[in-house]
Write a protein that binds this ligand. Structure first.
Ligand SMILES: NC(=O)c1ccc[n+]([C@@H]2O[C@H](COP(=O)([O-])OP(=O)(O)OC[C@H]3O[C@@H](n4cnc5c(N)ncnc54)[C@H](O)[C@@H]3O)[C@@H](O)[C@H]2O)c1
Length: 256
């Protein structure tokens, strides 16, 4: 039986852990060959091996998305070994916490360099190859609910994610004539392995989420595959919330 992404080539950055790992596994399970990027060689190879063990096709691509040179090499390797990506998912991102008053310049730069500059570099490299290939394409960028709702300790993260949402819209305009659709996903809190959130913090967040639970990587992966599919042909420049309603408002009791 044909699968949704048979014959498609998909690049996922930061795919060695968490949301990116799930996106890579799920695309592979639906027939795509997947470039599994991570700055950690161990993680990239582990996820590529997981895909291969499940009968899929994957290539570990070790690169730091902050480096233009490494990104160019990654795209060349992906194109040579798999094919020019039909879909590029920009998922690599970091989210440390510090109050502005305490924040080091290095921490600020690291967040912006990985989250925003890295995304620009990967988008530029993928776009050039997609345009040269003349086969259209899909670019999917990971923004965050933090782009819409301020969070104490996350000035660098919230602002970088807000920038990603606007960057995605500009890129959607510029790529449209090449039949390339560009969208972002803004997840709410998504459970990833090894996180260091306290049960109290998680409970408070669930209380602010109308759906009444935190999200799972599969919730985000489902949206990524929808946006990459033919069904999303008329969607570009959109920022899709996957946050259980957390951005919709506060569920207060009936007043009066
Ligand atoms: N988990 C959440 O609650 C949540 C919510 C909203 C948005 N997001 C966004 O989703 C994305 C994935 O988040 P996650 O929670 O799965 O993160 P994660 O920390 O579990 O995984 C991120 C992966 O990116 C890799 N990475 C980090 N820097 C890199 C670099 N310079 N080059 C290449 N790879 C690099 C890491 O090694 C790691 O394997 C991020 O962009 C994040 O901002 C996450």
């Amino acid at each position: 039986m044909p699968r949704r992404f048979d014959g498609k080539s998909v690049l996922v950055t930061g795919a060695g852990h968490g949301i990116g790992r799930q996106i890579a596994l799920d695309f592979a399970a639906e027939g795509a060959c997947v470039g599994v990027n991570d700055v950690s060689s161990e993680r990239a190879h582990a996820v590529a091996a997981e895909i291969a063990a499940a009968g899929g096709r994957a290539l570990a691509l070790v690169a730091d998305v902050r480096s233009a040179e490494q990104v160019e090499r990654m795209l060349a390797e992906h194109a040579f070994s798999l094919a020019v990506p039909d879909v590029a998912v920009n998922n690599a991102g970091v989210y440390p916490n510090s109050l502005i008053v305490d924040m080091s310049e290095d921490e600020w730069d690291r967040v912006w360099d990985i989250n925003m500059k890295g995304m620009f570099l990967v988008c530029r490299a993928a776009l050039r190859r997609m345009i040269a290939e003349k086969a259209g394409g899909k670019i999917i960028n990971l923004s965050s609910g933090a782009a819409l709702r301020a969070r104490v300790g996350a000035s660098h993260y919230c602002s970088s994610k807000a920038a990603i949402s606007m960057f995605t819209q500009v890129l959607a305009l510029e790529a449209a004539e090449h039949n390339i659709q560009v969208n972002a996903i803004a997840p709410g809190l998504i459970e990833v392995p090894d996180w260091d959130l306290t049960p109290e913090y998680i409970d408070a967040l669930v209380g602010m989420t109308p759906r009444g639970r935190i999200g799972q990587p599969s919730d985000v992966s489902a949206m990524a595959r929808y946006l990459a599919s033919d069904a999303a042909d008329f969607i570009t420049g959109a920022v899709m919330l996957v946050d259980g309603g957390a951005s919709a408002g506060q569920s207060l009791p009936l007043s009066g």
